[in-house]
Design a protein around this ligand. Structure first.
Ligand SMILES: Nc1ncnc2c1ncn2[C@@H]1O[C@H](COP(=O)(O)OP(=O)(O)OP(=O)(O)O)[C@@H](O)[C@H]1O
Ligand SMILES: [Mg+2]
Length: 283
């Protein structure tokens, strides 16, 4: 079956950026775009007039989104539908029948100044395929896919997706391992050597694992970098010149049961380009 990319549309500018991204993603994969508007029923209230107004509104949201997708990719196979219920749950259902789900970082709700709405955060880590969160329409192509790679199992899944994305886009791939010295190093310089050794050992492990992946994808120009610093800060900064930044759901530090680690969470708030969160084990 050909790939299906779902985009959530709610009439916001950010959602239209998500629809455009999803249309291009579907085109790159030779797949189809499905645009979904979720109508949230007002608690217990059903009025016939209101029903008609809401239906009309949903149809308009979908029509605008479809026009935008078509303008980006004229010959794309596009379907559009209204679902009813809780937005995150309905989009999660849609994502379970799709390859990727794309949403805007913001919607029509929230408040001025808020950077991330409840939908992107609610979906990340809870769908079998990647969740892509898009802030604004992307005007130019930078030719780089960025991925946070720390050698963990979740990061392997993210890296595999990153290689596939870079390949589809004809872009380069940069894998970044950011490492923070433990807090006790600020107490004195006596630990410098020890810290350096631990860092080198960890970085070597990550580099070796990365090189094994690199060997499997000789068609993608790829590189691995180790940096000292907070992964969110490093990746967000580097995302200024990337087309997509990718992270796994959880890393080494996350507690069992957490749906999204701090790196994915931080990137959703701070990245300067679209963010993909890839889950390793959601069934
Ligand atoms: N009713 C909806 N139907 C389909 N997709 C939606 C719907 N609401 C939101 N989305 C998707 O989620 C994205 C983010 O919207 P979200 O609702 O999270 O932010 P918000 O409206 O700014 O804040 P809030 O969390 O307070 O609603 C939108 O750009 C859109 O892609
Ligand atoms: Mg909303």
């Amino acid at each position: 079956m050909s790939p299906i990319i779902v985009a959530g549309a709610d009439g916001s500018v950010s959602a239209l950026a998500a629809v455009e991204y999803a249309a291009q993603d579907a085109a790159r994969r030779g797949g189809a775009l499905r645009i979904v508007y979720v109508r949230e029923p007002w608690a217990g209230v059903r009025l016939r007039d209101l029903d008609a107004i809401e239906q009309d509104h949903g149809a308009q949201v979908l029509a605008t989104a479809e026009r935008r997708a078509r303008a980006r990719v004229p010959d794309l196979e596009i379907s559009a539908r209204v679902a009813t219920g809780d937005v995150v749950n309905r989009l999660k259902d849609e994502a379970e029948r799709a390859d990727t789900i794309v949403v805007g970082s913001r919607g029509v709700g929230g408040f001025a100044g808020m950077v991330l709405g409840s939908v992107g955060l609610g979906l990340a880590g809870r769908t079998p395929g990647p969740v892509v969160v898009v802030r604004e329409a992307v005007a130019d192509t930078r030719g780089k896919v960025l991925v946070g790679y720390d050698g963990t199992e979740d990061a392997d899944v993210a890296l595999e997706f990153a290689f596939a994305e870079a390949d589809r886009r004809g872009a380069g791939l940069e894998a970044v391992y950011a490492w923070r010295p433990p807090s006790f190093t600020s107490l004195g310089a006596g630990y410098d050597n020890l810290i350096h050794c631990v860092y080198e050992e960890r970085n070597d492990f990550v580099r070796q694992k990365f090189m094994a992946w690199q060997g499997k994808h000789p068609n993608v120009a790829s590189a691995q970098t180790g940096v000292s610093g907070h992964p969110v800060e490093a990746l967000s900064d580097m995302s200024r010149t990337a087309d997509l930044v990718i992270a796994g759901c959880r890393g080494l530090g996350s507690f069992a049961g957490a749906m999204l680690g701090s790196v994915g969470h931080g990137l959703l708030h701070h990245a300067h380009c679209p963010v993909a969160i890839v889950s390793a084990d959601v069934k």
